[in-house]
Design a protein around this ligand. Structure first.
Ligand code: COA
Length: 376
């Protein structure tokens, strides 16, 4: 056996995949051949989910049917027993804990739970993608002592989510911003949560199990949890005038600055520019430009001093915060988009499966003599 180990599997290629291409030097992100910059300009999250799952852009008829399936109240609505389960959870439960628990519970109510055929997994992908926004919004309401808002089938996924969170129809700019954020987070090759999903799927386990694994992996601050940490940093800095001194001190203290750096990108993450633009526009419309000003100053200093560039998590939170979304909901929002990518990867894994089972280079003892507990 080879004894070459790569900490964190850096640059290790574990599989072929037709879903997502990242050019880390050029700063390009491509889904099924299409540059995300073009998808942001012309597409919608629903269309991107179709592209990821089916491998090609839909015709008008296919898109209409797909949007209808994702928007139907019967698909978006949660089983009453899942709502009852949410009500039993302590109110202080974090939204990521609730999402992980809720997705796992939804499996028990899914008519295709035990069927891993491609057709059944596609039906489950539609249901989970439609239900996860409802789950996230329902918890937001319940923990505030308010009843969940029923989904509105006339609204697209982005607008409906914002509507279920607040009970109010969102502005066009908020809807467009949110839809763009969903497009940008929909897939990212073999990131930690997607890899977790594929490892689970490769045991021939089902989509709900794979997505539950993925949510657990996304929760950590080195992955999806970073956007929440960025906002906590912004709240600590508070005033744009304090940003430069704050970040210089953090760097001098060798702090890890959330929202910067990436395993693959050597330049700015191509998603960051879109989120910076949208966070700026939303902030200007809402008369709150402080978040973006703080982040711009932090970005300038970190980039110049450390040559580490902004990633997707730097500006997303500033946009969500201006929309009135709580900081601890940022990572669940990441999940309601990434489920599209997770499902695409589960379909691909099941389509050409082999158990994923790597080896460890063992560095422990090999011939220890057992000593009975009474003699230790
Ligand atoms: N702030 C400060 N220094 C950073 C940094 C950051 N955000 N990201 C990387 N570095 C530095 C490390 O300290 C290390 O320096 P060293 O070689 O002098 O020790 C070097 O860059 C390489 O970092 P490493 O942690 O080995 O890179 P990685 O590929 O394992 O990690 C991330 C990638 C994303 C986990 C890492 O950049 C990070 O922790 N970023 C912050 C969390 C975040 O925003 N995550 C969301 C990713 S989309």
């Amino acid at each position: 056996m080879s004894t070459v180990t790569k900490a964190g599997l850096e640059d290790v290629v574990v599989s072929t995949s037709d879903i997502c291409f990242i050019d880390g030097r050029e700063g390009r992100l491509v889904y099924r051949g299409y540059d995300v910059d073009d998808l942001v300009a012309h597409s919608s999250f629903e269309e991107v989910a179709y592209l990821l799952w089916y491998g090609a852009l839909p015709t008008r008829k296919e898109l209409d049917a797909h949007v209808k399936a994702l928007s139907a109240s019967a698909t978006r609505r949660l089983p009453p027993k899942v709502i009852a389960l949410l009500r039993t959870l302590p109110r202080r439960s974090t939204p990521m804990e609730v999402l992980r628990t809720g997705v796992s519970a939804l499996s028990a109510f899914d008519p295709d739970a035990a069927d891993n055929s491609r057709e059944a997994t596609l039906r489950k992908a539609v249901r989970l993608t439609a239900q996860m926004p409802t789950l996230v919004a329902a918890w937001e309401r319940l923990r505030r002592g308010k009843p969940p808002v029923a989904p509105n089938p006339r609204l697209g996924l982005a607008a409906n989510f914002l509507y279920m969170m607040t009970g109010k129809k969102p502005t066009d700019l908020a809807t467009q911003t949110f839809d763009t954020a969903l497009i940008l987070h929909a897939d990212h090759e073999f990131n930690a949560s997607t890899f977790a999903a594929r490892v689970t799927a490769a045991t021939l386990s089902d989509l709900h199990s794979a997505v539950t694994s993925a949510i657990g992996a996304l929760k950590g601050p080195l992955h999806g949890g970073a956007n929440e940490q960025v906002m906590l940093m912004v709240e600590q800095i508070k005033d744009p005038a304090r940003a430069e001194a704050w970040i210089r001190k953090a760097l001098a203290d060798k702090a890890r600055v959330m929202g910067f750096g990436h395993r693959v990108y050597r330049v700015e993450d191509p998603r960051a520019k879109h989120l910076r633009r949208l966070a700026t526009e939303l902030g200007e419309q809402a008369g709150n430009t402080a978040y973006v000003q703080i982040l711009n100053t932090v970005a300038k200093v970190v980039t110049e001093d450390k040559h580490i560039y902004p990633n997707v998590d730097l500006y997303s939170g500033a946009a969500y915060a201006v929309m009135g979304i709580s900081t601890d909901q940022f990572t669940p929002i990441f999940a309601i988009s990434r489920v599209a990518g997770w499902a695409a990867h589960v379909l691909e894994q099941h389509g050409n499966n082999r158990l994923i089972r790597p080896r460890a280079e063992y560095t422990g003892a090999t011939r220890a003599s057992y000593v009975p507990v009474a003699q230790r």
